[in-house]
Design a protein around this ligand. Sequence first.
Ligand code: AKG
Ligand code: FE2
Length: 259
Amino acid sequence: MAYPGSLNPNQLQFFNSQGYLVLDSFVNPDEIKSMRNRMEQLLHDFDSPSSVIFSTKDHSHAKDNYFFDSAEKISFFFEALHELDPVFKEFSSSKNFSSLLSSLGYKRPAVVQSMYIFKQPGIGGEVVPHQDNSFLYTDPQTCTGLWLALEDATVINGCLWAIPGSQKNGLVRRFIRDAEGVHFDRPSPSYDQKDFVPIEVKAGSLVVIHGDLIHQSFENQSPNSRHAYSLHVVDTDGCKWAEDNWIRRKQEPEPIYVS
Ligand SMILES: O=C(O)CCC(=O)C(=O)O
Ligand SMILES: [Fe+2]
């Protein structure tokens, strides 16, 4: 059986040149439904101190050990679902998921972070241009973002946008945690909005994002939510997790497979 996760040469070539790739129907409607239902249940049982709404003005979340992709973003999410919740764990343990990582050349991949992103109308703010390698740095760099649309993502409800090929220019800055807290090591370059292309996708599609790809998303201007499940993978073989990364784990994450 061919899994949508096992990439053909054309797909690999697209990914290598553009820095992203859309895999349609990566999960089926039943799987989407079970993740969305599960999140609804988690929300129902949810006890507010364990979650945060991020905002530009309040950086206290950083001290509270909550990962965020960008100091400027406003989002509401749950993290570490891939480890702690059986429904979400099933997705990252699927054959489809491991075939994809194997196609991308991972030797001992591990999910270092996952988020359920709600992007609600009104409070679902923008995510400013960034590279995921800034936040999840390994030497050499190995981060890939895997962004699963749980609802259709459009320019109206705040889909991803990216500068095709921008991964070829390498990493522009790092997000560091030290005695002073967390900060970027240099200011962000300014980007020309004309260089970004929208990545509109149907629910069930997976967007594969190169760790050095410049990407962003805008406010949700629709009356509906834009749910997505986003995971970030790094290799744990042949590279070193940076000690000054924002995320410091007591235990190494479980590899998806060992090759
Ligand atoms: O969902 C978004 O709007 C942005 C997510 C993102 O940047 C990521 O998953 O790396
Ligand atoms: Fe990102």
